[in-house]
Ligand binder design. Structure first.
Ligand SMILES: [Zn+2]
Length: 433
């Protein structure tokens, strides 16, 4: 804590600039800048969609600037959730189940209805997502609509169709699913097609495991993974490989994946290799805990819940080992259906696995931003960064639930997108439990 305070003086030296009409000053009781600095009585001066500078006290408020006073709340950088499925929408119609309804509503209707997922994601303090798998490019549509200001939501980095192996019986005359590919040549073609469609990332399903299935049998071979990695990297893009089990994860890491999703039971050599290469681990522990908590919606019986629970424990154990091996870990919710709005709950699982609240916050800010190759514009509160600010009630460095449960106000790119500051109950004298 004491080391963190050293940045206060530097930040306070920043002189207030002359206020233009689109300058806003936002005041907080305290600010955590995402780069190790804490500023008391903080003022964030926002010019357009970017942060101009961070200062402290009355003198830091530029004359003529629009003022938003959120004291005594604490500011943190807008969170980055590096694993969502924004277009997995369920309308909760009686007699329907989320997975069974998926894909039946039509692409345009889905994009429209999935705005609810996008808004709930902002409510969780998440202003940027990496969306890992969709269909009919509904993810690209959402990304572009949000980018042009026609839809309210987090900025999205998307993958189009996730690459997967043949997993269905042949049907005469039917074209293969657009994400399906077997063998190096088909992997190259389908990966290139996603980039051609405008995907920011390649997503590859390197093992079985999804929904109530927590098996982790490797699907693509090392050579196929390497082919997808090469297509992505030659185009200046990055690739995420899904693996529920250790075998697919080992080959994904050796093949050069930028991140590995979910994986449990990774061996020590794989963890050491990830630390050496800087491969990011996105454990998504909360994803399977979410299924357990929402078992009625999904229709999961006791047997399914027991399997999910066992997987959650193995997943947590793997996070603990990855932490000891100094593997980079990023927050990914794997949010689907009714999980939006709870995106940041993964941070509670990361703390449960041994992270400090500060480390957990870094996994959802600087580490996520770096994975997206956006480390110089997202994940921190500093001059030139996007004005993605989240106000929380409580101390995020002492209690991670301040981040996961008590988001009060959110600004994304200089625009206020969530505001419960008026409805906030009177602050108790002592910190709430
Ligand atoms: Zn996923």
């Amino acid at each position: 804590m004491r080391a963190l305070l050293s940045a206060v003086l530097l930040a306070a030296l920043a002189a207030p600039g002359t206020a233009a009409q689109d300058t806003t000053a936002v005041r907080f009781g305290r600010l955590i800048d995402g780069r190790g600095g804490v500023v008391q009585d903080a003022v964030v001066v926002v010019h357009g969609e970017r942060i101009d500078h961070v200062g402290s006290g009355d003198k830091a408020v530029p004359a003529g600037a629009k003022l938003i006073d959120l004291r005594p709340l604490t500011a943190i950088p807008g969170l980055v959730d590096v694993h969502t499925h924004m277009t997995f929408y369920w309308d909760r119609s009686p007699g329907t189940r989320p997975w069974a309804q998926l894909g039946t509503l039509g692409a345009a209707v889905t994009v429209f209805l999935a705005q609810e997922n996008a808004r709930k994601t902002l409510e969780a303090g998440v202003t940027t997502v990496r969306d890992l798998g969709s269909w009919e490019y509904t993810d690209i549509a959402m990304r572009d609509l949000i980018h042009r200001g026609a839809m309210i939501g987090p900025r999205m980095f998307v993958a189009g169709y996730g690459l997967h192996i043949s997993n269905a019986p042949p049907r005469a005359g039917a074209a293969p699913e657009p994400g399906q590919c077997d063998g190096v040549a088909e992997v190259q073609r389908v990966a290139r097609q996603q980039l051609g469609a405008g995907a920011d990332w390649i997503k590859m399903y390197g093992s079985t495991g999804s929904d109530q299935d927590v098996t982790g049998f490797q699907t693509f071979s090392f050579e196929e993974m390497k082919a997808a990695v090469d297509v992505a990297h030659r185009a200046g893009k990055r690739i995420s490989i899904h693996s529920y089990g250790p075998d697919g994860a080992r080959d994904a890491v050796r093949a050069g994946a930028d991140s590995v999703e979910h994986a449990t039971d990774m061996d020590d050599e794989t963890l050491a290799e990830m630390a050496r290469r800087g491969t990011v681990y996105v454990p998504t522990v909360e994803h399977n805990r979410y299924y357990i908590a929402h078992r009625e919606e999904f229709g999961y019986d006791d047997q399914v819940v027991q399997r999910l629970e066992a997987y959650v424990q193995r997943n947590l154990a793997t996070v603990r080992r990855a932490l000891r091996a100094k593997v980079k870990i990023a927050m990914g919710s794997d949010a689907v259906f009714t999980g939006f709005g709870e995106n940041a709950r993964e941070l509670e699982r990361l703390v449960e696995a041994g992270m400090t609240p500060a480390q957990a916050l870094a996994s959802a800010t600087t580490t996520g931003a770096a994975l997206l190759n956006q480390g110089d514009s997202l994940g921190a509160l500093a001059p030139g960064y996007y004005a993605d600010l989240v106000a929380v009630d409580g101390d995020p460095l002492a209690d991670v639930q301040a981040v996961t449960r008590r988001v009060v106000w959110v600004m994304k790119g200089g625009a206020v997108v969530v505001d419960h500051s008026a409805a906030r109950p009177a602050r108790p004298a002592a910190p709430s439990p």
